[in-house]
Design a binder for this molecule. Sequence first.
Ligand SMILES: Nc1ncnc2c1ncn2[C@@H]1O[C@H](COP(=O)(O)OP(=O)(O)OP(=O)(O)O)[C@@H](O)[C@H]1O
Ligand SMILES: [Mg+2]
Length: 248
Amino acid sequence: MIEVQDLHKSFGTQKVLDGVSFKIEKGETVMLVGRSGCGKSVLLKQLAGLMSPDSGNVLIAGENLCSKTERQLLIVRRRFGVLFQGAALFDSMTVEENISFLLRREGKLSAKEISDRVNEVLAVVQLPGTGHKKPSELSGGMRKRVGLARAIIYRPEIMLYDEPTTGLDPVVSDSIDKMIHRIAREFNVTSIVVTHDIRSMRRVGERIILLANGKIYADDTPENIFSSKDTMIHNFVNGVSDDKEIDF
Ligand SMILES: Nc1ncnc2c1ncn2[C@@H]1O[C@H](COP(=O)(O)OP(=O)(O)OP(=O)(O)O)[C@@H](O)[C@H]1O
Ligand SMILES: [Mg+2]
């Protein structure tokens, strides 16, 4: 479903991606992890055709994004649902308007069909009856779930989640993780989940890709990653920094 070939991306003199390659099969759920600033969000944006690489290829169901015009990219982007880091809702719109504004703008579905779809996705994210509320009236976890509802209303084939549980309490995080599972199963979606959440890393995906120094440092099952003897991997999953201890 997704194939990344030798991606390179720099910003000025800063090399962020330095030859990244991997493949993800249809229906697979993969966690993308790595230290803050290592390029996870940059990689997600390139997968969704929202940012172009300096070199390398991104193939989505065999179609190469890097050879497409902006117009063709718009069509490919419809295959994706994206939950951005920080939900990115419009505060002036209600929940229902936030979820449905693109569908409305397209003008293909009737008001009734759109409203049915909104109710369907609000039920999936367990927020029935909140359509009339404003994002400012919701908690952080609820806002994330509205972002999720907005991402799945198009019935995407691929879901990209950028830190879906960051800043949420463990119980809400657990419910978001379960939703990611459910969306993957019910809609047979291919999912990539960027996360810093060790608990999520253990339970969400079948596979973990660890990014470090612009390259893939490890690509393995959660079991193998969590039992790895490699110092880098061990320190990452146990949250150990390589800074020297400071005497006070
Ligand atoms: N549009 C941009 N212009 C310049 N530099 C950028 C841009 N986007 C990202 N970067 C730089 O690329 C590096 C990787 O950024 P990215 O957002 O992918 O990190 P990340 O792995 O998602 O980190 P975090 O876990 O903190 O979200 C950072 O050093 C960032 O400053
Ligand atoms: Mg990020």
